[in-house]
Design a protein around this ligand. Sequence first.
Ligand SMILES: [Zn+2]
Ligand SMILES: [Zn+2]
Length: 388
Amino acid sequence: MTDADRLARHLPDLIAIRQDIHAHPELGMEEVRTSALVAAKLREWGLETTEGIGGPGVVATLRGRRPGQGAIGLRADMDALALTEQTGAAYAASNGRMHACGHDGHTAMLLGAARMLAEAPDFAGTVHFIFQPAEEGRGGALAMLKDGLFERFPCDAVYGLHNMPGVPLGQFALRPGPMMAGAGRWLVTFRGTGGHGGNSPHLATDVAVAQAVFVQALQGIVSRNVPALDSVVVSVGYMAGGSRDSLNVMPSELVVGGTMRAFTPDMQALLERRIAEVAQHSAAMQGTTAEVTMWWNTAPLHNHARETEVMAEAARALPGAAVDLGMRPVTGGEDFAYMLQQKPGAFIFMGNGEGHALHTPLYDFNDAALPLGVQFWLNLVKQELGAA
Ligand SMILES: [Zn+2]
Ligand SMILES: [Zn+2]
């Protein structure tokens, strides 16, 4: 039986698994059911399976039939988002959580590859299947790394992928070097005296003016502090202060927060420094204070040159596939970047066909992409660890 025949035979199962995971979405670090399902399937198919790595993370290890020292890690993410699903699918979630980023599909594709390879381990060396929790800003990659992921499961290289709706099936995109931004968040709390907005505003220090000056001046970071050929993003996403019931009261506290993105450690440092400076100076101008906190959820994602080529080749070997090796970097973040800081490796986008955008209530992973993703992983293992 050929790989294609076996894959076709497993496909109904794989679709059922994908839709089962979809119907029971769990937020990052809460993937109890999902990781139990993943581990149970892996064990059922005969893989050596370790649970509880970085919380609900799971790693399955498969040694090839032939001796070999090489070891690679293939990674999928398992978490969902806090969103109310509106797809109307028979397997739609109803718990206010949603697989709106397609991690159900990523998990299913890697499971499919694990099953196929366990049935016919015609390779030399070791494959570690890494099922990561909490990609969506909840620190899953770092948690697995802190739990000794690569000490316990040594890998020469590590690979990850993400679906991309709106891009035809069979189209892949990646690039060597910086491909996705480091994504961070910042929060500024302005504090003043507050005051009577009608009777005695001159006696108050005004946090509203401080935050207005701050948000205005923030725009100058991108236009004046960042070199013209570098790219960063600073956006405000949250403002809170005062009360609608007391419009004549000047608040004593006002909070502004947002996101920041950068592709290099230098630009990350520049953002941290300038956002804090602009906040402090804006506050000082009004006699108020500013308390600034910021943190990074992901590092900039940098693909390594050799492994980028390996992934491109694995994609090219799919029938009818097209690979864009010159993808424009995106300012979205991906915490697989932390694994790429420790091991050579690469990350690739694969087309998910027509469909709604990621992180929207109508998005759904396209099951027609499942066999492509499985075959892609099989190609990659064959390339890296030798054909039979
Ligand atoms: Zn996402
Ligand atoms: Zn995602």
